[in-house]
Ligand binder design. Structure first.
Ligand code: BGP
Length: 498
C-alpha cells in the first residue's frame, strides 16, 4: 500500500490516570473525585459514596443526588477501581517496555492532579513530580513522545467538596498552579499537551466536581473550564513557545435518519452541542447560537472582566478527538429505539452493527467526521482515542485471539488514511484508547477491554495484574513499523502470557 501517513505520524496509545495508574494513596497523593466512585459493570451502575452533613454515609447513582453539604467519602469494603486500577504505579517500567516493543512513537496519558498538588492546594509534592519524571524519562529513553492530558475526568476531592468543583472560581487558580508546576518541571521533556479530556461531556461529580445539575450551575462551571483552559494555553506558551497545546472533544457525529426537515434541525442541534466547544477553543469566542440559547433560557454567566479576552488569546494549536461511534437524529424515535452510547443514550442506527456494549461501529463516520472538523477549523487533528471495548477470553493455550479488535482498528485506520489521502485532512497521530487494559469510565469495570496488552484482573479486583500480549499486539507493531501501509493480518505466532 502507498505511503499516506506522514513520516512523523504519532502512532501510539492512550490511557488516563484515574483508570490506569492506581496508587491512589501512595507517594503523598490525596483523594480525587474518581476515588469515591465505585466499580460496576454493564448492568450494575457505579455509585459516588459520600458522608452527608450529619455524618451519615450515602450512595448516589445519579451524580446530582449528592446532598448539599455532603463530602466525598471512601466507605470500607466497597470496591473503588481507581484505587489500584491496573496498577501502572508499580508496573510503569514493564508497561513502557511493552509500548516500546510495539513501536509506539507517542504515549498519551494524564497526570494525577492530587499526586502533584495534594488536595489541589498551591503546594507541590515533589514525590509526585518525581514519579512522572521517571515515567517521562523512560518514555524518552525509547524515543516515545509523551502527550500529556492535563485533566482527564477527575479533580481534587477537596476542591469538589469545598468550592463545588468547577462551579467555584477558586478552582481555576488551583488548576493553573498545577499547570505551571508541570510545565516548568517537564518543559524540556514534553512538547505535546492537551487541556481537558472530552470537554464537551464534562458533567456531574467525578468530572466537574459539582453536585447541582441545573443548567445555570453547569454552564458557570463550564465557563470556568473554558477560562482555565485558555489560561493554561497562554501560560504554556509563555513557559515554552515550542509547546503544542490542544483541546480534546468527544466526537459523536450525528446523522439524520431521513430528509425530514425536523430531523435535519435536530441533527444540526446535536452536532452544535459538540461544535460549541471547538468554536470557543478554536475561534476564541462564544458562538452566536449559544448566546441566543443563554438568552432564551435566562442563563447568566458570571464573568470576570478579562475572561473573554483570555478566551480570545488562549486558542489551541490542534484539535484532539476521541472517536468511537456515531449517533442518529430521529424526532419520532421512542425509548425503544435508543441505546446506551459513549456517556449518553442515542438513537440506534439500523445500518450499523454494534459492539458488546451496543456502541455503533462506524469506521466511515471517522472519515466523515475528520473531514467535517478540518473543513470547519483548518487546524491539525489528532485522533487521541478510538477502540473497541470487548469481552476477551483467554483460550486453553493462554492466548487471546482478538481478531474483532484488529478488524475494528484496521477499518478505522483505513478511514484515517482516506481522510488524509482523499480529503486532504492534516492528521498528526493516532493513539488508540486503553492500549493496555484499564478501568472503563462508563461502567467502572475492567472486563470491557480495549488493550493490545491484557491485564489479569476482573471486575471485582481479583487477579495478579500479570501482563500478556494479545494477538492485536503484534498486528499493531506491524502497522506502526510499516507506517500504516501494512494492515494485513498475517498468521501471527501467538505469544503466551509472560
Ligand atoms: C472516553 C473517555 C475515556 C474512556 C473511553 C471509553 O469517553 O475519554 O476515559 O473511558 O471513553 O469509554 P468507556 O471506558 O466507558 O468504555
Amino acid at each position: 500500500m502507498k505511503q499516506v501517513f506522514p513520516k512523523d505520524f504519532l502512532w501510539g496509545g492512550a490511557t488516563a490516570a484515574n483508570q490506569y495508574e492506581g496508587g491512589y494513596n501512595l507517594g503523598g497523593k490525596t483523594l480525587s473525585t474518581a476515588d469515591v466512585y465505585t466499580g460496576g459493570n454493564k448492568s450494575t451502575p457505579r455509585y459516588v459514596t459520600f458522608k452527608d452533613a450529619q455524618g451519615k454515609i450515602g450512595y448516589a447513582t445519579r451524580l446530582e443526588d449528592i446532598p448539599e453539604g455532603a463530602t466525598g467519602y471512601v466507605v470500607e469494603n466497597q470496591y473503588y477501581p481507581s484505587h489500584i486500577a491496573t496498577d501502572f504505579y508499580h508496573h510503569w517500567k514493564e508497561d513502557i517496555r511493552l509500548f516500546a516493543e510495539m513501536g509506539f512513537k507517542a504515549y498519551r496519558f494524564s497526570l494525577n492532579w492530587t499526586r502533584i498538588c495534594p488536595d489541589g492546594k498551591l503546594e507541590v509534592n515533589q514525590e509526585g513530580l518525581d514519579f512522572y519524571h521517571q515515567v517521562i524519562d523512560e518514555l524518552i529513553k525509547y524515543q516515545i513522545e509523551p502527550v500529556i492530558t492535563l485533566n482527564h475526568f477527575d479533580m481534587p476531592l477537596y476542591l469538589a467538596d469545598t468550592y463545588n468543583g468547577w462551579a467555584g472560581r477558586e478552582t481555576i487558580e488551583s488548576f493553573l498552579f498545577f499547570c505551571e508546576t508541570v510545565y516548568h518541571a517537564f518543559k524540556h521533556k514534553v512538547k505535546y499537551w492537551m487541556t481537558f479530556n472530552e470537554i464537551n461531556i464534562l458533567n456531574g461529580y467525578p468530572k466537574l466536581g459539582i453536585r447541582f445539575h441545573d443548567e445555570q450551575t453547569v454552564m458557570q462551571a463550564k465557563h470556568h473550564v473554558f477560562v482555565a483552559s485558555a489560561q493554561a494555553v497562554i501560560l504554556g506558551r509563555r513557559i515554552n513557545p515550542e509547546f503544542k497545546i490542544g483541546m480534546m472533544v468527544c466526537y459523536l457525529l450525528n446523522y439524520l435518519l431521513n430528509s425530514r426537515p425536523e430531523n435535519v434541525l435536530a441533527s444540526l442541534q446535536f452536532n452544535r452541542e459538540m461544535e460549541f466547544y471547538m468554536d470557543v477553543q478554536v475561534h476564541g469566542e462564544y458562538p452566536h447560537y449559544k448566546m441566543k440559547e443563554f438568552e432564551r433560557k435566562k442563563i447568566k454567566i458570571d464573568m470576570a472582566p478579562d475572561d473573554l479576552s483570555i478566551i480570545k488569546q488562549g486558542t489551541v494549536d490542534y484539535i484532539g478527538l476521541s472517536y468511537y461511534m456515531t449517533s442518529v437524529s430521529d424526532v419520532d424515535s421512542t425509548e425503544l429505539d435508543r441505546v446506551v452510547g459513549n456517556q449518553m443514550t442515542v438513537t440506534k442506527n439500523p445500518f450499523l452493527k454494534t459492539s458488546d456494549w451496543d456502541w455503533a461501529v462506524d469506521p466511515l463516520g471517522l472519515r466523515i467526521g475528520l473531514s467535517k472538523i478540518y473543513d470547519r477549523y483548518r487546524l491539525p487533528l489528532f485522533v487521541v482515542e478510538n477502540g473497541l471495548g470487548a469481552y476477551d477470553t483467554v483460550n486453553q493455550e493462554g492466548q487471546i485471539n482478538d481478531d474483532y479488535r484488529i478488524d475494528y482498528l484496521k477499518e478505522h485506520i483505513e478511514a484515517m488514511r482516506d481522510a488524509i489521502a482523499l480529503d486532504g485532512v492534516d492528521l498528526m497521530g493516532y493513539t488508540p484508547w486503553g492500549c493496555i487494559d484499564l478501568v472503563s469510565t462508563g461502567t467502572g469495570e475492567v472486563e470491557k477491554r480495549y488493550g493490545f496488552i491484557h491485564v489479569c484482573l476482573d471486575n471485582e479486583g481479583n487477579g495478579d495484574m500479570r501482563r500478556s500480549k494479545k494477538k492485536s499486539f503484534e498486528w499493531y507493531q506491524q502497522v506502526i513499523q510499516s507506517n500504516g501501509t501494512n494492515l494485513r493480518v498475517k498468521s501471527i505466532i501467538l505469544c503466551k502470557s509472560f
